[in-house]
Each structure stands twice: as structure tokens, then as C-alpha cells.
Ligand binder design. Structure first.
Ligand code: HEM
Ligand SMILES: *[C@@H]1O[C@H](CO)[C@@H](O)[C@H](O)[C@H]1NC(C)=O
Ligand SMILES: *[C@@H]1O[C@H](CO)[C@@H](O)[C@H](O)[C@H]1NC(C)=O
Length: 543
């Protein structure tokens, strides 16, 4: 019975309601590639989610500032998306324009640059900063919600290249201003009430940011002077709603009981005679309401953006895979399968290779290694296990790999990057000190039969680059011609040396991606050179 279910899931996934998963963005990346990258991101417990686990932690620096990383990641959703103009030109929304807006008074606090700096380490050509902001919300809620519930994520957001309009409502703004701001972004009055009640379940108001609202507690364990919104600032729950409604505990917090002029939460919650917030008083209604409204906030995007359907990580995918040539010139294929399940997973994974004559006999992966789930990281996908495999293909007709009869990925033996022959170089300044690693040697194999004399291959490297005014890196690409170096078996080996950046300042964090092409039709799989070793003696060409 399992197989038909999986196939149904798979075809729903592939269908994506008729969406063109093969449509490419400005960088030539398909929606399907982005979906797969997102699956890999959220099926890795050591990425973003570990930064907000447990919910109360301040990842940025010491624990005595009264800062809470998960709350910062939730607050940034509001400040980035609320300045959308839905009725107008359909601009704004969740587009990471907040990166250019950190110096505006309406965005006071450390949360913009700290948060985006944390997310920047995961930048790549596949996941935009605005998609990562969505991951941050989903991970924070999974960590802070007692049921570890996750917001379903879509991908395909496009980052803004400059600041958007101002207009984030603040604590001294009146109800008309706040209502109008939310309406402009496509949120009704009751949705505004819901969004504020949901957001203000976590974290609080800091004296350092709002000295007129919160007094300095002069507390060495709370040096930024945070006054929490409710009695459980590190649990995403209905406590704040009920403390407001019943006048108990913190009574709704500083924006309800603080100085008159800054009682924005009270003005908002009471604006429909408390009807909307009263309907959120049970744990279940609070959760359901909040997950719906947060999902609407992260999916408020410029009208030109086409989002994928919500991503449900497939039970089996490849974390990484690559072709290579061994010293005898035989083609090898190796990589890692990820399995995840809330039930148990097999000791090994089963896979086969697809050829024009059908699938090869099933093969068995190496023994699976379960991810150690550190400190109860709320990954939300059951057990996650990696299964390595490594084969010599010995069959030029292999064009795909099929994993557990539920997942398939193409294999292109015509042209591929030689991962075992990739290196980076350590650039030295005039004092012979190592500055930055921004030079790569990339080698690729192409079938001799497809590379007549005079064939030139191109190597393209997508990388992050700093952009003025925002801590968020942009994605650039560099393309270099490759030259024939040698032949091995039935393959011609080409090489290029690719230099990026200015050779002085380090590139911003993030992942690089290589692809090699010949003409318009032959393109290798994309490869992350992040683990390529350094050349010995800094002599790149002799690597
Ligand atoms: C008119 C609407 C809103 C106003 C006036 C407002 C105002 C504020 C203020 C003054 C703070 C204190 C920031 C600090 O001192 O660090 C704050 C914190 C916060 N807000 Fe709002 N907010 C509004 C709506 C929202 C919404 C819709 C969300 C939902 C995402 C949200 C999420 C948060 C979170 C999570 C914090 C805690 C941040 C932390 O502890 O670092 N807010 N808000
Ligand atoms: C709404 O609830 C607050 C807090 O419990 C209360 O102070 C206020 O009077 C209520 N407003 C209305 C119109 O019911
Ligand atoms: C955030 O970083 C950007 C880019 O480096 C910088 O221009 C901006 O002033 C910073 N903002 C704050 C509040 O530190």
C-alpha cells in the first residue's frame, strides 16, 4: 500500500497545481531546484533551527542582555512585510528590503543586522534572503511552540535591490494609522489584531530601544532592560492573550499597561471591543489563528513573485551527489541519501539506476547514520538518517538514480565537474599573509565524442557579494572559459581558474555554486565547492 501513497504524494509535489517548476529565475535556477534546496535546509538539524534552540536563547552574544534570538526572527517578519502595497503596484512584502532599512527609526533595535547576518551564512543562488526569513519564522515557532508545530514554507521569493517604502506602525501611532498600514499590506482589522497578539507572545520591549516605554531595570542579568509581553516570553502560547483578557500576570505587557501614549496593543486589541482577541483564548484557537496569519505574512510578496506550493519534504531525497572519474578513467557516482520518518527507517536505503532499458537491479546503500538530534532540536520531521553510497557506474547508459522507488534525480554522464580535482587557493598580500580564499581551480569532464577539436567549455561560479547599505549579500556570477588539459578514458578534461571578489576583503558568508557548460545544450550538475581543499604551496596551476 505504501508505494501508491508515495507515488501520489510525489506526483502532487511534481504537479504543484500546474505551476511551472522548471521555470527559471534571473539566475537560471528552477523552482524545483529551490524546493529541493529548501528540503535539504530544513532536513538538516544543524542549520538555522539550532540557532533558536532552546527558544529563549540569545545566540548573538551573552545571555544577560535580555535579547532572544527567536523573538528577533519573528519581529523581522512584521517589519519587512508590513510595508507591502497590495492594491497599488503590488510591491513590497517579504522581500528582505528590511536589510536596507535598518537605520530607520521605525526599525530601531539590533534585530535587523543581527538576524540578517545570521541568515547570510546560508545565502546561496538557490535560497533568497527573503526565503530564509521565512525559514527563520518556521524554525522559531517550531522551537517555541510546545507542540513543535511548523509553518509550511514556500520558496521563490525575490530579494529587493534597495529600500522599500517606510511606514511600519509604532507604539505611539494611533489606531487609524495602524489599521491603514495593515490594510495597505492586505490585512483586515481583525487580521491586524491577530498578527499583533501572535507576534507579541514572544520576547518583549527593550529599555535600550524604547526608554520612554520601559524603565531601566538596572539588572545585570537583563542589561538591555527587556520587559516581556507576557509571563512566558520564551513559549509561543496564548498566555499573553489571557493575561490581557483577565487582567492577570503582566496584563498584556508594556504596550497595554505602559504610558498612555504608547499603549498601541491595547488600542489595537480593543478596537473591535476585544472580539477578535477573545476568540484566541483557547490554546488551539490561538495556534490555528496564529499559524494562519503568520503564513499570510510570509506569503505577502511582490505581485511578480511566483511562490511554490507549500513544501512537505519528501520522505527520501538526495542530500548531495556527484559524478567523478577515478584514475582508470571510469565514471563514479557517490553521494548521500536522506530519509526521514516519524516511524522507523530501514538500516540501509535501496536505490537503482535508470537506463534506456529500464532500471538496474536494486542496490543497497551503506548503513544509515541517524542524525543526533541535539538538545531536542524540534526538527519536526521525525528521525532523519543519512545513507552514503559510492558506485563505479560502468554503464554509459545510466541517466538517473531512483531512491526507495519514490525519488528520482537525473545523472548526466556527458559533462560533469570533477569534484576530486577541485581546489581553492589562498591569496597572499604583499606581506605574504594569507588574505582570503577567492580563487578556485575547477576541472570538468566531457565525452570526447561531444568535444571536437576547438570546443571551449565555460565554468560559471555563483557567489555572494557585499552590497552597499544592506548586510544582506547579493548573488553575482563569474563565467570563465575552460581550456583542454588532458584526456582520460573516453573523456576530455578541461580546466579553469576562477577568481572572485577583490582579493582583499573576505566575501560575505554563504554557499558558492559551480556549473560547467558546453554550448547551449550541455550543462553539468551544479556543485558546491565549499569543501574543496586548499592547494599546497599556494600554486593553483600545479594542484
Ligand atoms: C502596530 C503594530 C505593532 C507595534 C506598534 C509593535 C511594537 C513593538 C515594540 C515597540 C516592540 C519592542 C521592540 C524592542 O524593544 O526590541 C515590539 C517587539 C516585538 N514585536 Fe511588535 N509591534 C507591532 C506588531 C507586531 C507584529 C504584527 C508582530 C508579528 C510578527 C510583532 C512581533 C514582535 C516581536 C516578536 C517582538 C519581540 C522582539 C524582541 O523581544 O526582541 N509585532 N513590537
Ligand atoms: C478589552 O479588554 C481590556 C483588557 O481586559 C479592557 O481593559 C477593555 O475595557 C476591554 N474593552 C472593551 C471595549 O471591551
Ligand atoms: C546594518 O548594516 C548595514 C550594512 O553594513 C549598515 O549600512 C547599517 O548602518 C547597519 N545598521 C545598524 C543599525 O547598525
Amino acid at each position: 500500500m505504501l508505494l501508491p501513497i508515495l507515488i501520489t504524494l510525489f506526483s502532487q509535489f511534481q504537479g504543484l497545481n500546474g505551476q511551472a517548476v522548471n521555470d527559471v529565475d534571473a539566475n537560471g535556477i528552477t523552482l524545483l531546484e529551490k524546493i529541493e534546496e529548501m528540503e535539504r535546509q530544513i532536513l538538516n538539524p544543524f542549520t538555522l533551527v539550532s540557532v533558536v534552540t532552546p527558544c529563549g536563547v540569545n545566540f548573538n552574544d551573552n545571555q544577560n542582555r535580555g535579547q532572544q534570538t527567536s523573538a528577533e526572527w519573528v519581529r523581522i517578519i512584521f517589519h519587512d512585510s508590513i510595508t507591502a502595497n497590495i492594491a497599488g503596484p503590488g510591491l513590497g512584502g517579504l522581500d528582505a528590503s528590511i536589510g536596507f532599512e535598518s537605520d530607520r527609526p521605525e526599525n530601531v533595535g539590533i534585530f535587523v543586522n543581527v538576524t540578517l547576518g545570521q541568515f547570510s551564512q546560508f545565502s546561496s543562488v538557490f535560497l533568497s534572503m527573503s526565503d530564509l526569513i521565512g525559514v527563520g519564522l518556521s524554525d522559531s515557532l517550531a522551537s517555541c511552540d510546545p507542540t513543535a508545530r511548523r509553518i509550511p514554507l514556500r520558496v521563490g521569493r525575490i530579494d529587493a535591490t534597495g529600500p522599500g517604502p517606510a511606514g511600519v506602525p509604532g507604539p505611539t501611532d494611533n489606531i487609524e494609522f495602524a489599521t491603514a498600514a495593515f490594510a495597505k499590506a492586505g490585512f483586515s482589522q481583525s487580521e491586524m489584531i491577530q498578527a499583533v497578539a501572535c507576534g507579541h507572545s514572544l520576547g518583549g520591549v527593550h529599555h535600550t530601544n524604547f526608554p520612554d516605554i520601559v524603565e531601566d531595570p538596572k539588572d545585570a542579568s537583563n542589561t538591555d532592560g527587556r520587559a516581556p509581553f507576557d509571563s512566558t516570553p520564551a513559549i509561543f502560547d496564548n498566555t499573553g492573550v489571557n493575561e490581557y483578557l483577565t487582567g492577570t500576570g503582566l496584563k498584556g505587557g508594556p504596550l497595554v499597561v505602559g504610558p498612555e501614549a504608547t499603549r498601541s496593543d491595547l488600542r489595537i486589541f480593543a478596537s473591535d471591543d476585544n472580539a477578535t482577541i477573545s476568540a484566541m483564548s483557547s490554546p488551539q484557537s490561538f495556534e490555528d489563528t496564529c499559524f494562519t496569519i503568520f503564513e499570510k505574512m510570509i506569503n505577502t510578496v511582490p505581485s511578480a513573485v511566483k511562490l511554490s506550493d507549500p513544501i512537505v519534504p519528501r520522505p527520501w531525497i538526495l542530500r548531495e551527489s556527484h559524478l567523478d572519474l577515478n584514475s582508470a578513467g571510469a565514471v563514479t557516482f557517490s553521494g548521500t541519501i536522506i530519509g526521514h520518518s516519524s516511524a522507523s527507517l530501514p538500516d540501509t536505503a535501496s536505490y537503482s539506476y535508470g537506463t534506456s532499458g529500464g532500471n538496474t537491479a536494486p542496490k543497497t546503500s551503506q548503513a544509515g547514520v541517524a542524525y543526533p538530534i541535539v538538545a531536542n532540536t524540534p526538527i519536526g520531521f521525525g528521525t532523519i538518517t543519512d545513507y552514503n553510497f559510492a558506485d563505479t557506474l560502468n554503464n554509459p547508459d545510466v541517466t538517473s538514480i531512483n531512491v526507495q522507488s519514490s525519488y528520482s534525480a537525473p545523472i548526466n554522464q556527458k559533462i560533469f565537474i570533477l569534484v576530486s580535482q577541485g581546489f581553492h587557493n589562498q591569496i597572499r598580500d604583499s606581506n605574504n599573509a594569507i588574505t582570503v580564499n577567492q580563487q578556485y581551480v575547477v576541472r570538468a569532464a566531457i565525452l570526447i565524442s561531444l568535444a571536437p577539436a576547438g570546443t571551449v567549455l565555460s565554468a560559471k561560479l555563483w557567489h555572494t557579494a557585499a552590497q552597499a547599505g544592506s548586510i544582506v549579500p547579493k548573488i553575482l556570477s563569474t563565467t570563465v572559459s575552460m581550456t583542454l588539459k588532458t584526456t582520460l578514458g573516453s573523456y576530455a578534461i578541461y580546466q579553469a581558474v576562477v577568481t572572485v571578489g577583490d582579493g582583499v576583503s573576505a566575501l560575505p558568508g554563504g554557499t558558492m555554486t559551480f556549473q560547467v557548460t558546453s554550448g547551449a545544450t550541455l550543462a553539468s550538475a551544479k556543485v558546491d565547492p565549499g569543501n574543496w581543499p586548499a592547494c599546497t604551496n599556494d600554486v593553483l596551476t600545479s594542484c
